[in-house]
Design a protein around this ligand. Structure first.
Ligand code: TA6
Length: 287
């Protein structure tokens, strides 16, 4: 069966053996297994901490968390009752059907409409759709934000907080040289310009690159993932390093095995006019 649906998860299988495992909680992809283009060995391409909470009690430490309606800690009064990175990653989404099922791609759609709990803390009307499309060597995830209001503008941020599995000691992200970035580890300092041809995260990193171009490669030991983004102007590069010891849901040394490459609207806000829909897409391809 290309798509197995249980009360809490979706399992998507591609004819070539690739697979995706997704929790309805947060529409959080927790696993993407795909073959390399040369050796054909099917490997896990994302990092989900072995200590991640997968029971819906806490946002998942890993995979591809969906961030909406804002990135980072709440900074606006209308978000004062919400937690870091908003609620999309910690609410239960609904399976909304299979979009395609053929030899090339198996894709599904999920939907989230505000429940009473969300409405109480975030009264603006909205609807979210999330399309997950599994190809032979590629995983596309697309977030659609609908503004059903006839009068109100919907203002939000959105980001896909992707944990790319890779060995930090030998991995880099390119191309980021020349981009302006906010160093979140040095709050209050002016923005900086990236001077490195290749960015590594051997030291803790929490960088919001602005107007980043939407085409990145994470490579280590000759293997890696091509990350393309559409609709998301920024990209966040994060790894806590040994500060990860303070995170109860990040396994010891887990920080050595991922780089978060997060296409997003992180440094700017989107104003979605009444009756409109916005889309942000991430395309992950095995190199
Ligand atoms: O995307 C980077 C970041 O904003 C970091 O500042 C760090 O907080 C990370 O997200 C993880 O956030 P979380 O709420 O999942 O612990």
């Amino acid at each position: 069966m290309p798509v197995e649906v249980t009360d809490s998860r979706l399992e998507i299988s591609h004819p070539n053996g690739s697979s995706v495992e997704l929790l309805l909680y947060g529409a959080n992809i927790i696993s993407w297994k795909a073959p390399g283009k040369t050796d054909g060995a099917i490997e896990e391409r994302l990092y989900t901490s072995p200590k991640a909470f997968l029971d819906g009690s806490k946002p998942v430490r890993g995979g591809i968390p969906v961030v909406f309606p804002f990135f980072g800690p709440p900074t606006r009064p209308e978000h004062s009752q919400l937690s870091q990175h908003g609620f999309a990653r910690s609410e239960v989404w609904k399976f909304d059907g299979i979009v395609s099922d053929n030899a090339d791609v198996v894709s599904v759609r999920l939907v989230f409409e505000p429940n009473d709990s969300v409405k109480a803390k975030f009264p603006a009307p909205f609807r979210l759709f999330y399309i997950v499309a599994l190809f032979a060597h590629q995983l596309n995830t697309s977030l659609h934000v609908e503004n059903p209001s006839e009068t109100q503008v919907l203002t939000f941020q959105a980001l896909l907080h992707t944990y790319i599995r890779t060995e930090v000691a030998v991995s880099t992200v390119t191309p980021l040289k020349g981009l302006t970035y906010i160093n979140k580890l040095k709050p209050g300092l002016p923005e900086e310009v990236e001077t490195r041809d290749e960015v590594d995260v051997k030291e803790p990193a929490d960088f919001v690159y602005k107007l980043a171009g939407g085409d990145y490669k994470v490579v280590g030991n000759g293997k890696g993932i091509h990350v393309q983004a559409k609709g998301f102007k920024d990209v966040v590069i994060w790894n806590p390093g040994t500060d990860g010891k303070k995170m109860s849901d990040l396994a010891e040394g887990g920080w050595d095995h991922f780089i978060c490459v997060e296409p997003g609207a992180a440094s700017y806000w989107i104003d979605l006019s009444p009756g409109s829909t916005w889309e942000g897409q991430q395309i992950l391809t095995v190199l």
